[in-house]
Ligand binder design. Structure first.
Ligand SMILES: *Cc1c(COP(=O)(O)O)cnc(C)c1O
Length: 450
């Protein structure tokens, strides 16, 4: 084994391509991958990473790529962030697992204390820790059902909540998440999302009508008294970075409060400073009953949480929640390092700054290239939606072409959206502004090349 270059913030913060993308070393690893790894686990950009940090990824061929993905909104503090590395190294040398349900440890408690402090609302809170976002969502639903004695769960068009059986049922999009994987969990009801671009009649009609439509559908088709929970991503992630009009989330929360329905904000993608606030619901001062978190919480280690009102969380009998690994001590150490980094470096402000740089440039791009129908998002959770010019017909082909151009040029971008026609940008919040501008230059060239 040759020594690998160290990752983390010390990695040279410059794009540098020394081979085609992917290079020969990555292609050779891809061949091995295809012979050993299940095909169902897919790859966006087949470059094999050897180190990462700040705003760059270094690959097995020595190429340095700009990262506009953060491993899907996970490495918000940057890969191998110093505080994360130090705390993880100290913890891993001390002990790696006892199971919190058998013999507890302080790190778990500290993460729950941080969650109580950082999540919206000043009420008394409790948290429970899990391994993945899907697991957190499943548990939030379990808690809401237990608490209300009701069964129905309301989710939205374009929602993404995970890939386990219940969360597949909550997720809207069939291909690739659900196709052939049924039967799905019952008592899940779907209502329209307040999607300004695609609401019949457009953004004004969306603002005026969406809440009434949702309330009416719940009343007529489910019955408020049967609904345990309404779950929503404050800004939808995989479904296309859809930002509901101001007032929608607040109205929904109020409707839930009136009818004793648990209001769950799935902040797994939008949380932990991504949108310029610690949590996206804060933008409108909305206080959910339960919040699910994962992705950005622990600088890349697997950790997830449900945080909520003490009386809802504590209604569950002892032993009703948990899991072997949930709140693993190494993952908790990483979370404490990540949260410390977010606070000490004021990463909500960094996210807002990223939005201030990206949004004007993307809006200008949209004036030049009518294939861009919408520029939206907040902070460092930004997207453009591509359609056939002058229509709302999704253009996934141009979206894929722009992404492929960026990948060849050494810029990692991700696509999303129910129709596969959204380019999303989720740079690490610690990315340097020169790298950010260079990434946007590449994106401009990509649109010029269409
Ligand atoms: C990614 C995601 C999930 C699922 O998280 P996993 O850790 O992949 O299970 C759930 N909800 C939202 C909003 C997500 O973005």
């Amino acid at each position: 084994m040759t020594a690998l270059p160290a990752g983390g913030p010390g990695l040279h913060q410059r794009r540098n391509l020394v081979t085609e993308i992917p290079g020969p070393a990555s292609r050779a690893l891809m061949d091995r991958r295809n012979a050993a790894v299940a095909r169902g686990v897919s790859t966006t950009l087949p470059v094999f990473v050897t180190a990462a940090g700040g705003g760059v990824l270094l690959d097995a061929d020595g190429n340095t790529l700009i990262d506009f993905g953060s491993g899907i909104a996970v490495a918000s503090v940057g890969n191998a962030a110093q505080a994360v590395v130090e705390r993880v190294q100290a913890q891993v040398a001390q002990f790696t697992h006892t199971c919190f349900m058998v013999t507890p440890y302080q790190g778990y408690v500290e993460v729950c204390e941080e969650l109580g402090r950082r999540t919206p609302g000043t009420h008394e809170k409790r948290s429970a820790l899990f391994n993945s976002g899907a697991e957190a969502v499943e548990n939030a639903i379990k808690i809401a059902r237990h608490n209300t004695g009701r069964q129905a769960v309301v989710a939205f068009d374009h929602a993404y909540h995970g890939r386990t059986n219940l969360t597949m049922a909550l997720t809207a999009k069939n291909m690739p998440y659900k196709q052939g994987f049924g039967p799905f969990a019952g008592e899940v009801y779907r209502v329209p999302m307040a999607y300004p671009l695609r609401w019949p009649g457009g953004p004004q009609a969306c603002r005026a009508q969406a809440l009434d439509v949702v309330r009416s559908l719940i009343h007529t088709q489910v019955g408020e008294q049967n609904v345990a929970a309404v779950i929503i991503e404050p800004i939808q992630g995989e479904g296309g970075f859809i930002v509901p009009p101001d007032g929608f989330l607040a109205g929904l929360a109020e409707f839930c409060r009136q009818h004793g329905i648990v209001f769950i904000a799935d902040e797994i993608q939008s949380g932990f400073c991504r949108t310029g606030d610690w949590f996206a619901v804060e933008h409108e001062g909305v206080v959910p009953d339960l919040v699910t978190t994962a992705k950005g919480i622990a600088g890349g280690l697997p950790l997830a949480a449900v945080t909520g009102r003490a009386e809802i969380m504590d209604a569950v009998h002892a032993g009703g929640l948990g899991g072997t690994y949930g709140g693993n001590p190494v993952a908790c150490a990483a979370a404490l390092g990540a949260i410390e980094t977010m606070a000490s470096q004021d990463l909500p402000a960094r996210a807002r700054r990223i939005g201030e740089i990206m949004l004007p440039r993307l809006r200008k791009l949209a004036e030049t290239y009518p294939v861009i129908a919408d520029v939206r998002g907040r902070g460092a959770m930004i997207a453009v939606e591509l359609t056939r010019p002058g229509t709302l017909d999704p253009d996934p082909a141009s979206t894929a072409a722009v992404a492929a151009f960026c990948h060849q040029a050494g810029l990692v971008v991700l696509t999303c959206g129910t129709f596969g026609n959204v380019l999303r940008f989720l740079p690490p919040l610690v990315i340097g502004e020169e790298l950010l501008e260079e990434g946007l230059d590449i994106l401009e060239n990509a649109f010029a090349s269409l």
